[in-house]
Design a protein. Structure first.
Lengths: 94, 220
């Protein structure tokens, strides 16, 4: 098997996991295990009162924006690196 | 893996902050030294942080119902070790606590410990052992990345179990919430990093050979 075939196989597995995750929970919300932890606490100790609240909480839309911003910052750096590698290789070969 | 703001008593908040702090200080000094003495490593430092940013923003629905996200700390762990990874984690956690009300400042110490110290620590030990045993690179990367994420979630479960209810009972219930949803994500994260490191080894061996010693026959 060629190297690119291994890459494709790997990405295929990634895709299958992600798609099946969505298929299993079509109604999944943008909240998650972090809140799940809070729910588990309420079950174990129903009297627990958090002693400190978040200073502010963004609305759902805004939260999505900030999550996207976070991913964009990372993706920008990785993309810059990949691009500069390509130029570096072309200079060497050309 | 974040523990929600206010969900750890001041006692535990303080304990975890005290445990995590030395790693962060050590990592900070490490980063300063790298930036000053080793400009070639700057690229890798930036990539390490970038991956943690991207990966920890991937909130994906997981098979058990709730959604969950990978930590992305495996890459940084392999190339820079625990200290640097704890600083990177702190940066991301501040971003998320400040802008997303995700995690929090009173639980910051505990979250830095699980994501930036405990996960990377275990992963780093196993990573070093695999390098020594000359395990093939893709397998080494996959296992390291997978462990960094999984151990982080197990640690969070332990932290919550220590703070709430009877330890074993609580641990089981937190583990089912956290760790089980995390396994498919760990596999996804492992595959992505395996592919990236493989690309890196071929495209920029100058950046990887320090950590992954080059083998003569591998380049078939």
């Amino acid at each position: 098997m060629k190297r690119s075939h291994y890459y494709l196989l790997g990405l295929l597995v990634v895709a299958v996991i992600l798609v099946s995750a969505v298929l299993f929970n079509p109604n999944s919300e943008f909240s998650g295990t972090d809140d799940g932890g809070g729910e588990a606490i309420s079950e174990i100790d129903p009297n627990y009162e958090p002693w400190f609240q978040s200073i502010w909480e963004p609305s759902g839309e805004l939260a999505t924006l900030f999550f996207t911003l976070q991913a964009a910052i990372g993706a920008l750096i990785i993309g810059y690196f990949l691009g500069s590698n390509k130029i570096r290789r072309e200079r060497r070969e050309g | 893996m974040h523990i929600i703001e206010g969900f750890l008593s001041p006692f535990w908040a303080l304990i975890w902050t005290l445990i995590a702090a030395p790693f962060v200080v050590y990592g900070f000094l490490n980063i300063r030294r790298i930036l000053r003495d080793d400009p070639a490593q700057r690229t890798m430092l930036a990539l390490s942080g970038a991956f943690i940013f991207v990966m920890s923003s991937f909130k994906l629905p997981s098979v058990t119902g709730s959604s969950s996200h990978p930590t992305g700390t495996g890459f940084s762990t392999m190339f820079f070790g625990v200290g640097v990874t704890s600083v990177m984690s702190l940066i991301v956690l501040i971003f998320q606590a400040l802008l997303l009300a995700h995690g929090g400042f009173t639980t910051m110490g505990a979250n830095v410990f699980s994501m930036g110290v405990a996960g990377p620590f275990v992963a780093y030990l196993v990573f070093k052992a695999m390098i020594k045993a000359r395990v093939r690179t893709p397998i080494t990367v996959f296992i390291t990345v997978f462990l960094a994420g999984m151990v982080t979630y197990v640690t969070t479960a332990v932290q919550l179990a220590l703070a709430y209810g009877t330890f074993t009972e609580s641990l089981v219930s937190f583990l089912t919430v956290f760790a089980v949803t995390q396994i498919p994500l760990g596999i996804v994260e492992g595959i992505l990093f395996t592919i990236f490191v493989d690309y890196l080894e071929r495209a920029r061996p100058d950046l990887t050979e320090k950590v992954f010693p080059r083998r003569v026959k591998d380049e078939a």
